[in-house]
Design a protein around this ligand. Structure first.
Ligand code: NAD
Length: 509
């Protein structure tokens, strides 16, 4: 289905999944990438063995010295060239993302656009790695701080954003003077290879050494090698909270640095002052876009009792109009789940909702028949539930929207919203200024992202992205997220000719 695109991205039917740039090698087991769109094989990828991993680390260890010696704006120029190559390959890479992951072609293109945007951002950032200067309390002393590269940044990423999350990390880590080693999801290995080939081309064109950008292919064990490895100065891990807890523990045991971007349980509060049209459009896209497989997908809708019936009726009506099918065809709104395991989790969640006393407002189930041969297509569901149900407290990576009623003040709705373990994205739909400001105040949402009259998903790269509590606390992408990829050093210079001590302490020899 995407033969032309694979050829243009220089992807062969069998690929080696370990690379340090121009060198490609691999002696691990063979992974078969199967498209959830139609169940066909996309390619075979040879995973990384422990020896392959060691070889990558040794090459990266050498490369980190020479890369850090290159001035930051010059590193930015390399990232600029990478962004240009992505612009030229946007449609092919977008299509591969869509076919391997199952999101719509529009969203596939959007993911590549995000890569381009973060490259642009990082190019500017490469001239703005600013530290403060301070006035010393001692005469004829100068104090300032500066930021140095960390060394090797390891990136572990999830299947649902198979290219953008790597690019967020890669573009900033590179301009900050680090070399990168990426373990993409074992569910989307062809996307990982395609990205590495594009970046490797830029590095080769500039006659840069091996090891500035590397990839390894494999599952959780490979991720564990990275988490436990003291040669990796920062482990940036995106995925489930279960994975994050394991990675955090392993990195902490060696007192290393980690950046965690984990699961969400995102809610939209719909107050009595909400604009109904905006609400329905935000909620439906948030809940069914990417078939509910975004970390920022809308999972819960917390609706004031005065407009509850209206919102419920409008949502059910909107769901009857949803077209489910091949995500490469533009008329379809909802594509497949990633694999059969995800379908099983969706079905188990539906059962659990009913077992706990919830009520399904739309029928769930797997869609059968022509065009659904991969058996990964499911019906999006709306369920009336209570927030404390065990299933509602969990993140189910599927198009299931929980409808929850609240009464009284906005404070009650905020309490419901914040009463989950995760803290990624949140939103309020209201035309009332007091409600909007309360929601954004310290008494309001406890999430890393809080929006007004916009849904929970679809962040722009300019802001820092991430969440609190079991979402892991990390921030990536825009604002000052670059600082996590560098080490801060405070410098004090004495040009007085004497040796005064801080705090006025005297010490006479
Ligand atoms: P996952 O946790 O199963 O896997 C993510 C990555 O971690 C994969 O590369 C996997 O091989 C690796 N991994 C798994 N167990 C590991 C371990 N013990 N040690 C080291 N590495 C390990 O997640 P997934 O199913 O690929 O993705 C869905 C999850 O990712 C959802 O929870 C979603 O919310 C989350 N996510 C979060 C963000 C964010 O920015 N907060 C973005 C995208 C996805």
């Amino acid at each position: 289905m995407i033969k032309k695109e694979l050829t243009s991205l220089n992807i062969s039917p069998i690929e080696r999944g370990t690379s340090t740039g121009e060198q490609w090698f691999s002696a691990g087991e063979i992974l078969v990438s199967t498209s959830p769109v139609d169940g066909n094989d996309i390619g075979h990828v040879c995973a990384s063995s422990r020896e392959d991993y060691e070889r990558v680390l040794n090459i990266a260890f050498e490369a980190k010295r020479s890369w850090a010696d290159i001035p930051a704006p010059r590193r930015g120029e390399i990232v600029r060239q990478f962004g240009e190559k992505l612009r030229a390959r946007k449609s092919e890479l977008g299509k591969l993302v869509s076919y391997e992951m199952g999101k719509s072609y529009q969203e596939g293109l959007g993911e590549v656009q995000e890569m381009i945007d973060i490259c642009d951002f990082a190019v500017g950032q490469s001239r703005q790695l600013y530290g403060f200067t301070m006035h010393s309390e001692r005469p004829a002393h100068r104090m300032y701080e500066q930021y140095h590269p960390l060394g090797i940044v390891g990136i572990i990423s999830a299947f649902n954003f198979p290219v953008a999350v790597w690019a967020w990390n890669a573009a900033l880590a590179l301009v900050c003077g680090n070399v990168i080693i990426w373990k993409g999801s074992e569910k989307t290995p062809v996307c990982t290879i395609a990205c590495q080939k594009i970046l490797a081309e830029v590095l080769a064109d500039n006659e840069l050494p091996e090891g500035i950008s590397s990839i390894c292919t494999g599952g959780a064990d490979l991720g564990r090698w990275m988490a436990a490895d003291p040669r990796i100065d920062l482990v940036s891990a995106t995925g489930s909270t279960r994975m994050g807890k394991e990675v955090a523990t392993m990195v902490a045991a060696r007192l290393g640095k980690s950046l965690l971007e984990l699961g969400g349980n995102n809610a939209i509060i719909v107050t009595a002052h909400a604009d109904l049209k905006l609400t329905v459009s935000a909620a439906v896209f948030g809940a069914v876009g990417t078939a509910g497989q975004r970390c920022t997908s809308t999972r819960r809708l917390i609706v004031h009792k005065d407009i509850y019936n209206k919102v419920r009726a409008a949502l059910v009506d909107a769901y009857t109009q949803l077209k489910i099918g091949n995500p490469l065809e533009s008329q379809n709104h909802v594509g497949p789940l990633i694999d059969h395991q995800a379908v099983e989790s969706y079905l188990a969640a539906l059962k659990e909702i009913e077992d706990e006393g919830g009520h399904l407002l739309t029928e769930g189930g797997i869609i059968q028949g022509e065009g659904y041969g991969s058996k990964c297509y499911v019906k999006p569901v709306i369920a009336e539930v209570a927030n404390h149900y065990r299933i509602v407290q969990k993140e189910t990576f599927a198009p299931i929207l929980y409808l929850i009623r609240y009464e009284g003040s906005l404070e009650n709705a905020v309490t419901i919203q914040n009463s989950v373990a995760q803290g990624l994205s949140s939103a309020i739909m209201t035309t009332n200024l007091h409600e909007a400001e309360y929601f954004l105040s310290h008494k309001g949402s406890d999430c890393g992202i809080a929006n007004v009259n916009i849904g929970t998903s679809g962040a722009e790269i300019g802001g820092a992205f991430g969440g609190e509590k079991e979402t892991g606390g990390g921030r990536e992408s825009g604002s000052d997220a670059w600082k996590v990829y560098m080490r801060r050093q405070t410098n004090t210079i004495n040009y007085s000719g004497t040796m005064p001590l801080a705090q006025g302490i005297t010490f006479n020899l």
